[in-house]
Design a protein around this ligand. Sequence first.
Ligand SMILES: Nc1nc2c(ncn2[C@@H]2O[C@H](COP(=O)(O)OP(=O)(O)OP(=O)(O)O)[C@@H](O)[C@H]2O)c(=O)[nH]1
Length: 640
Amino acid sequence: MSVPENPVLTRLKISGRLPTPKGVALEVINLTQRENASNHEIARLIGSDPALSARVIKAANMLLANPVRPIVGIADAVTVLGARALRQLVLGISLIVDYRHGPCEKFDYPYFWAHSLLTAIAARHLAQRARLAAAEEIFVLGLLGHIGQLALATVYPDDYGTLLEQAQDEALTEQYRLEYDRFGCDRAEMSEAILAELQFPKIFQMLVRDFPRPEASKVVEGSREWRLLNLLHVASLMADVSMSGQAGRGVLLAKLRVQAARVGVEEDFLAEVGDACAREWGEWTSLLNMGGWHIPSFAELLRQSDSADVAIEVPQWPHADQAHYKLRVLVVEDDRSMRVLLEAMLKSAGHDVTVARNGAEAMRLFDQVRPQLVITDWRMPEMGGIELCSKLRESAERRNVYVTILTSQESVDRLVEAFEAGADDYLVKPLTQKIFFARLRAAQRVVQLQEELAFDREQLVRFSRELAESNERLQRLALTDALTELPNRRFARERLEQEWALSQRGERALSCMMVDIDHFKSINDEFGHQTGDDALKFVADTLRQSARTQDVVCRYGGEEFVVICPDTDIEAARQCAERLRLNVAAQPLKSQTGNIHLTVSIGVAEKKEGIDSIEDLLIRADERLYAAKEAGRNRVIFEK
Ligand SMILES: Nc1nc2c(ncn2[C@@H]2O[C@H](COP(=O)(O)OP(=O)(O)OP(=O)(O)O)[C@@H](O)[C@H]2O)c(=O)[nH]1
């Protein structure tokens, strides 16, 4: 990756103001740059500085950590490490020794080097386990990772001191910006330039430039460079945590967990590395004549702090578009770092996240959270991901949730097992953000489609229920007389048919009345149509209230009513009719113009021999009604 030359750096290089090794170390650097330099010459030169050679031998032994064949002399160190690694080691050691103090009063040199040394030790362990690079190279890279800041403090002691005071509470990006505004380059560019100047390989130059802010790096995610970059970042965060005061430690630990989980470093390993750092710390500090720092037990720190208590600063992850469809997600993971990472990534994409430590806890939380997506680890205490998945699929209310299983190794058999347990998807750890967010979007699409389908289904059910209700209402309206709210003629005929059939089957009696308001026309003529309507309603109400429970009073047309009397012979029907007639006559209709006395005439008929249909029955009742009118009205006729 070629970087355009920064004029500020060029100027500093020319004026020789950048931090560089001195004395014998400088000669070693120059010598190892010569292609024809022999190991013998290099060894002799280092040997001329007893302090340097003692440090180099000890450092080489600590880095190579081979108790079977320790390095005993400087010639041995040159052979085992090789000229390039040796050169880098000499550089790192001499810079620490020569720049232990400096002119910038506000810059804490001892803190700076202690932090760099811790970063170096941690980076070495992390890289060794990940088998990403030679341990001694990563060590030096950690040691010189922040060299740009030392350079700024050393080259511009006063200005940089002022800037440090101004920027101490600012975020790193803002600090970089302030440095750039003041000096024309920031500490990362400065680190890169110094490593270029010291002839470190290009990849090292890029790493020191990018590792303090890996999220801003353009390096391809998942590549070896990307992993190295993030490991260095994790190492530097471990140094931050170890050296921070109690107050800020919780937030730093949460940040560390997220970053560690991103590169697949689980919490147990983090604790192991932390404790290895604390163990080696004493040896390194005595080797480099540094002191005064106590490094706490890392495992203890991790145990004490629960990131769940800390408000995690959620970074905006690349690839994490804000969720256009917000999901309720249940993260089920026993490793705290991984849990914190998943939570942070999901939250940065705008989702609602709940966490559980194992499948059993997830089952307990399920109904309360009602998740749409479950992301679960495979192996967990109490209940693992596969069992959780099977349990969810067994339950009718929970089976529709989208389940993604996390696995550390991808094997065909494992994947088949996951899908057979009912998983919808799987993700392989360490998580690659790009893949994670792509899979998340796929899950979102499926959940969204499922919910839209469910919504459509619900709508359909609602529509058909409404339709049934409205049909029923229409039916009711079709069979009801709007003015009197009595059943209408159509209803009367349908009901008569039913009662007729019932009476046929059970040989039960059936009677019916035809009721007509007397001189109704004259009410209309005298008092107007509205009063005529009121009179109709009045008579209808009286009939309804006076009829027996089983009788059905209907408006048959105009001012005419039919009363159906099931299980009723002619005598009983006559008595009912008489009661109706008397009740109508008993109460006058109160109108604006005064009381109007109303009467009705009633014809009663019974189903009996010679009456073969409801038509016959109605005609017979109508004939008797006519007879009642003829006979002077306000009476009941039930026989001819
Ligand atoms: N106000 C009102 N009048 C109605 C309604 N339906 C029918 N009528 C009137 O009721 C009257 C019925 O009159 P007729 O059948 O001749 O009865 P009538 O001669 O007045 O009286 P009777 O001989 O005793 O039956 C007609 O004038 C119709 O216009 C209605 O819904 N409202």
